[in-house]
Design a protein around this ligand. Structure first.
Ligand SMILES: CC(=O)Nc1cnc2ccccc2c1
Length: 445
């Protein structure tokens, strides 16, 4: 190594490519399977979407938090057969520790709440936008990563928390130009299923598994669901009872079947009355078949869907009052949702709601010849200090500069030429009005 380094003062690209590249010398330019690059145009769209997430979080008075993408595997080991825990992007690090690229955010939130312990006052309203990972056999060709906006409330046992989270979701959709005729939010409660299991005196420990299986309704045939339910030990009349209750589409029908003293009914009635007051009642509908696929939900659950039924769930969430005790800590009532970055973009494309993603800068500064490159620097510097976005262009023909200015939607073109510079001036071309004038460099702003 030293000999080759000694002989050539700098490593040529050839050396680097030959050490990293494959047979024909070029390194693999695509990112790993199931992952994405964000070149500038894609990044502008992502930044615009994330800015909407952030603005809604601000309107809701939530605080931003963040966590490592890398977490201990133990945080995600659950026995309920969820897809998300069967596709952990897990490995052993060089210290022999079992770690994962996190598949979801909620367990990290719970970990931090436990870690902060007494030093945080409840309620807590936290949000984050983070990348989540899964390791799927590429047979499905699906992505292995996506970004999720998470909003969570800790310390609010009443349905006010769910009502607030639904408001955040509706505010987001409204900011994107999506209406309640494009999207609905199905709302139910896992306490409905709990009540049914009690009616058939099914032991509590089966509750979580039954929820995970029932969540596959719509993705699996009814027979497959029934088979899986029976295999967990449910009697066929219990299975039938579950399927019947889950097909209830109105709260009044549910009240008839379960009785009005059932907590689930009371919670949901309260939530729907809140919805009227928030003004988002036409966005939500009761649908007993909504259970969501995460093991730890214990109460109200919800998911947003496109009313044309072309796409997978846009976002989803619910109450998880018992998560902290699964980590050995005192329980704190909690409620949250995750909102992925993929389905929403598909929906915006469908509805023709993608925003204009073209570049925009304020000024292009262009020295008309080499000895003006210095003066052009001072022009760019003073404009930037005044808060203008400036691109310094040089070594290009003027024709190219005009085309470039159009392409990146520059507001002005500042030409630094000898004859003007000698008189302490520069030439300004306003691209929108085509007007052109000279201005003292000291007065340029
Ligand atoms: C549509 C899409 O990208 N879904 C997706 C992609 N990656 C994930 C990674 C972890 C958990 C859920 C995920 C979901």
């Amino acid at each position: 190594l030293f000999s080759s380094a000694a002989s050539s003062s700098t490593l040529t690209h050839g050396d680097i490519a030959s050490t990293h590249g494959d047979a024909d010398g070029v390194v693999e330019v695509n990112p790993p399977r199931g992952t994405r690059d964000f070149p500038p145009e894609d990044m502008r769209l992502r930044t615009w979407l994330f800015d909407q997430f952030r603005e809604v979080s601000r309107l809701m008075a939530f605080e931003e938090v963040d966590f490592p993408v890398l977490e201990s595997e133990a945080l995600f080991i659950r026995k309920a057969g969820e897809e998300i825990t069967q596709q952990l992007y897990n490995f052993e690090d060089k210290g022999g520790r079992r770690v994962v690229l996190r598949p979801e955010i909620t367990p990290s939130l719970a970990r931090l709440v436990i870690k902060q312990g007494k030093s945080v006052s409840l309620p807590l309203k936290w949000f984050t936008i983070g990348q989540c990972w899964r390791y799927e056999r590429m047979t499905r060709g699906r992505r292995r990563e996506h970004y999720q906006w998470n909003m969570d409330i800790f310390g609010v046992p009443k349905v006010r928390a769910e009502a607030e989270l639904l408001h955040a979701i509706v505010l987001l959709f409204q900011r994107l130009g999506i209406t309640s005729s494009d999207v609905g939010i199905r709302v139910s409660s896992r306490k409905v299923l709990q009540a049914v299991l009690n009616m058939y005196s099914i032991p509590d420990h089966l509750f979580t598994q039954v929820c995970v299986i029932v969540d596959k309704l719509g993705k699996m045939t009814r027979e497959e669901i029934e088979k899986e339910l029976v295999s967990t030990g449910l009697s066929s009349e219990a299975v039938q009872g579950i399927i019947d209750v889950l097909s209830i589409k109105s709260l009044s029908k549910l009240e008839e079947v379960l009785g009005s003293d059932v907590e689930a009914v009371a919670d949901l009635k309260k939530l729907f009355s809140f919805a009227e007051q928030y003004g988002y009642a036409d966005w939500i509908c009761f649908d007993a078949s909504v259970v969501r696929g995460l093991a730890y939900y214990t109460g109200i659950v919800f998911e947003a869907f496109d009313r044309e039924g072309k796409l997978r769930a846009i976002c989803g969430g619910g109450r998880y009052d018992r998560l902290l005790s699964t980590f050995g800590s005192e329980d704190i009532p909690a409620c949250g949702f995750g909102f992925g970055d993929a389905v929403i973009v598909e929906l915006l494309k469908e509805k023709g709601l993608l925003p204009d993603m073209s570049r925009q800068i304020d000024d292009i500064v262009f020295p008309l010849d080499e000895e003006l490159e210095g003066p052009a620097s001072s022009i760019a510097s003073s404009l930037r200090k005044k808060g203008r976005s400036v691109e310094l262009v040089e070594d290009k023909r003027l024709k190219w500069v005009f085309k470039h200015a159009e392409r990146i939607n520059a507001s002005r073109l500042i030409l630094v030429g000898n004859s003007e510079w000698e008189r302490g001036m520069v030439r300004v071309k306003v691209l929108s009005t085509r007007e052109e004038f000279e201005v003292k460099t000291s007065e340029l702003e």
